[in-house]
Design a protein. Structure first.
Length: 91
């Protein structure tokens, strides 16, 4: 279980670093993103390990990455677009 937890933390950290590097304008502060991805992966590993049981390290790591991705997706802000009025709606 220790190696699964360590692996999930490393994968969550890598995923959150990639998200913070790729989408800096749509995410909050880097520390928040890194912490959320790491903790999301650790929680995902715990839940997946409890569901699958011991001896399924690849499945546990896949579940950890999936939960980390979901947690990081909840932090995304929408892109800022200017709403243009069409000629038909202007009076």
């Amino acid at each position: 279980m220790f190696w699964e937890a360590l692996g999930s933390v490393m994968l969550g950290l890598a995923l959150s670093w990639a998200a913070a590097h790729r989408l800096p304008d749509r995410l909050p502060a880097r520390r928040v993103v890194l912490a959320s991805g790491t903790l999301g992966a650790l929680f995902g590993a715990l839940v997946t390990h409890a569901a699958l049981g011991p001896g399924n390290a690849p499945g546990t790591l896949i579940g950890a990455v999936a939960v980390a991705a979901v947690v990081l997706s909840l932090l995304l802000r929408p892109t800022t677009r200017r709403m243009r009025r069409s000629a038909a709606t202007q009076s």
